[in-house]
Design a protein around this ligand. Structure first.
Ligand SMILES: Nc1nc2c(ncn2[C@@H]2O[C@H](COP(=O)(O)OP(=O)(O)OP(=O)(O)O)[C@@H](O)[C@H]2O)c(=O)[nH]1
Ligand SMILES: [Mg+2]
Length: 373
């Protein structure tokens, strides 16, 4: 049976936590027969005695766990909790959930069911049919949530997912959560870290599913929603975009250097009166060596190939990939000239930009410098 741990940070939630624990264990967990459900409360020594409430409840529920520590912000609490869930409790999946009933416990079973049906990442989504944000929210808060979400989806190019900033979600451990460098997420002291975690999880997950949730209003205390949170979230979105584009930019620069080497060497060998075919072959191979080396130590630094035998194997593969590009370029070029006439330069440009570069980028990412899973 799969073990699922709800990681629930709490700070001054004494008014909510007791009821939350009871509702989960007495009601919601009872509805889930096919998973071993646990709750881990990560309390940062709340002065209002939240931790004491949990400790008392632990006598009643054996699957209730408590992790205490210094207050270092929401992200840090989640990171500590998720590590504990993975390393100590050996969870198969974790659920992020708030203690203040804004995340209605009735949706836990929907998240769990989607996971049991094969999803690696399940998002509790407010912006799909059946989901909603609180009717009581002021118009400006609704607008910020809606537009902020649309902005993040657009910039991160996630047209299929509707709620990028939700805090209620389930993550499979193997292959997703255990592949994320939790300690180095951005903005760990505030809510914005959730977007970084989201983007990395989506990229690692083979199957991401959205289930609708109606997001609730806070029952106790007043809201901490602020302009700073909004700015931080947008900053994370832009930095994530930059980080994702970085590879593409480096790939372009390396390709350009390769082109310069190719052209320079070709002129050099021709001047030395090398046989024509030898000049082309030599200069092309020099460009291939340069591309392979620079991509390995720079563009794909995170997936760097090391060790002589691996380097040789991958270099041969890289040559094969490059030959593939040459074949594509030759065949397409010849066909275009045949059917559309004598516009070689334009055709070359079209083929390189729209076919050869995407082909290379794809092959590099998925075959040569495949992400270490
Ligand atoms: N352990 C820990 N928990 C925290 C911390 N900050 C917030 N929490 C908890 O994280 C959850 C979400 O925090 P909230 O303060 O409700 O944040 P929010 O929902 O964005 O904002 P509100 O509208 O104020 O509810 C709640 O269960 C909090 O008790 C923290 O620094 N440490
Ligand atoms: Mg809240």
């Amino acid at each position: 049976m799969k073990k699922i741990v709800i990681v629930m940070p709490s700070y001054n939630e004494a008014a909510n936590i007791g009821k939350m624990i009871d509702v989960l264990f007495e009601k919601e967990f009872q509805k889930i027969k096919d998973a071993d459900m646990h709750l881990l409360v990560v309390d940062d020594n709340s002065p209002d005695g939240t931790g004491e409430v949990v400790k008392r409840a632990q006598k009643k529920y054996k699957n209730l766990h408590l992790l205490t520590g210094e207050k270092q912000g929401l992200g840090m609490a989640y990171v500590r909790g998720m590590k504990y869930a993975m390393n100590t409790l050996h969870a198969d999946a974790t659920i992020e959930m708030d203690a203040d009933f804004q995340h209605n416990p009735i949706y836990v079973k929907d998240l769990v069911n989607a996971f049991l049906e094969g999803a690696d990442y399940v998002i509790g989504s407010r912006y799909v049919a059946g989901g909603s944000i609180p009717k009581t929210w002021a118009w400006h808060r609704r607008a910020v949530s809606f537009w902020g979400n649309l902005f993040a989806r657009t910039v991160l190019f996630l047209p299929k997912l509707h709620d990028v900033t939700t805090g209620f979600r389930l993550t499979k451990v193997k292959g997703v959560l255990d592949h994320i460098d939790l300690d180095h997420l951005m903005e760990l002291h505030r809510f914005a870290f959730k977007v970084d975690l989201f983007y990395q999880s989506v990229n690692l997950s083979k199957k991401t599913v959205e289930v609708p949730i109606a997001f609730g209003t806070r029952k106790e205390e007043k809201s901490k929603f602020s302009l700073m949170e909004m700015v931080a979230t947008n900053k994370v979105v832009l930095l994530l975009r930059l980080r994702a584009s970085q590879k593409l930019i480096k790939f372009g620069i390396v390709g350009f250097i390769g082109f310069v080497i190719n052209a320079g060497a070709l002129a050099f060998f021709s001047n030395l009166r090398f046989p024509e075919a030898a000049s082309w072959a030599l200069s092309t191979e020099l460009a291939i060596i340069s591309n392979f080396t620079l991509n390995n130590i720079w563009t794909f630094r995170a997936e760097k190939i090391e060790g002589l035998s691996q380097l040789i194997k991958k270099f041969l593969q890289f040559n094969l990939t490059s030959s593939g590009a040459l074949v594509i370029q030759t065949v397409l070029g010849a066909l275009m000239v045949r059917f559309f006439g004598d516009h070689r330069t334009i055709f070359l440009l079209i083929i390189v930009v729209f076919v050869v570069l995407p082909y290379n980028y794809f092959m590099y990412n998925y075959f040569i410098w495949k992400k270490k899973k």
